[in-house]
Design a protein around this ligand. Structure first.
Ligand code: ADP
Length: 317
């Protein structure tokens, strides 16, 4: 039916080489690493062999070229990435603290990432797409709403499907408009991929099984719960529960794990794999990605993930 597409921020990440608090004194930084949740998702989707494309905007600068070159090399359709003549590519400076939390300096709102628009190229990509993956992070970009709405209408009209990663920034959920968009996606998505507390926010209730059932009572036929170092679980509307233990890896950089998990899961399901197999690849994609510095440096091809699965034991709980 056509590629999986997503919409939203394409960024570079510049990260501190050591752990510590903030950026108040000179520290050593490395990068630029291609980043942005939708870009990480679509890169993993393409790398594993799914047909994939992204609607986004970069600046006319090296940070933008780094991203487009990576996505193109990994097999993603980059025809709907526009170039802002005026704004620089969005960026995120990141430093991990010793407890694993992170300090950020973002440049997104006043960057090219916030200039995405329903360009003729974006319309053309949407018109040939078979699946829309909506990233909650894109709700932070005002222009994304119109494109997402257009894509929902066009793709559902062609008989395509929708997935939703409810990774919306917490402070945005205070706004009535964001909450309404969030609720709408929860209502219409065929697949929902929450991690941590997002499940409870999405379902509006506190107990895991009740929250999952609430989501499966809407349009979703599958809910894929991401549990970090504890692996993941898929619940289906017809009452199945498939648990997948995590792979035992050393976590170097957890950024991007959920996006790689989602990209692999959506791509594998769309390639026709059964849930068990798709979930194993998704778990492997998330785990492999945390072993590498940089948000999408650990995304894997199918062959790389097969080798990773063969070589990596499961974590014992
Ligand atoms: P998010 O990045 O959205 O918070 P998670 O942290 O739950 O998502 O990571 C997504 C998936 O990646 C997990 O369900 C798991 O399969 C894998 N993963 C993440 N962190 C680890 C880890 N430390 N060890 C093994 N697998 C991991």
């Amino acid at each position: 039916l056509g590629p999986t597409i997503t919409i939203g921020e394409i960024l570079v990440e510049i990260m501190a080489t050591d752990r510590g608090a903030g950026f108040l004194e000179p520290i050593t930084l490395i990068g630029p690493y291609p980043s942005g949740a939708p870009a990480i998702f679509i890169d993993q989707c393409a790398r594993i062999g799914g047909s994939a494309g992204i609607i986004g905007c970069v600046g006319n600068d090296d940070f933008g070229r780094v991203n487009v070159a990576r996505l193109r090399a990994d097999g993603a359709d980059v025809s709907a990435i526009s170039t802002s003549p005026e704004f620089p590519t969005g960026s995120a400076f990141v430093r991990y603290r010793h407890d694993g939390s992170r300090d950020f300096v973002f440049n997104i709102a006043r960057s090219a990432a916030a200039q995405i628009d329903l360009t003729p190229a974006a319309r053309a990509l949407i018109a040939r797409s078979g699946h829309l993956h909506v990233m909650g992070t894109a709700f932070a970009i005002p222009g994304a709403a119109r494109i997402i709405e257009h894509a929902i209408t066009a793709i559902t009209a062609r008989g395509g499907s929708i997935s939703f990663d409810p990774n919306v920034r917490k402070e945005l959920l205070g706004q009535a408009e964001t909450r309404a968009r969030f609720a709408r996606l929860v209502d219409i998505a065929d697949l929902i991929l929450p991690s941590g507390e997002e499940l409870f926010v999405a379902a509006g209730m506190e107990a895991e099984s009740e929250a999952v059932q609430a989501l499966l009572g809407r349009n979703a036929s599958e809910v894929a719960l991401k549990r970090g170092a504890d692996g993941s679980t898929v619940f289906t509307r017809d009452g199945r529960r498939i648990d997948c233990p995590a792979f035992a890896v050393e976590e170097i950089d957890p950024t991007g794990a959920g996006d790689c998990f989602g990209g692999a899961y959506v791509a594998c399901r769309r390639l026709g794999m059964p849930i068990e197999q798709a979930l194993t690849y998704a778990n492997a994609a998330g785990a492999r990605n945390v072993t590498a510095k940089g948000p999408m440096e650990g995304a894997g091809t199918r062959a790389e993930l097969d080798a990773f699965i063969a070589a990596t034991p499961e974590r014992r709980t």
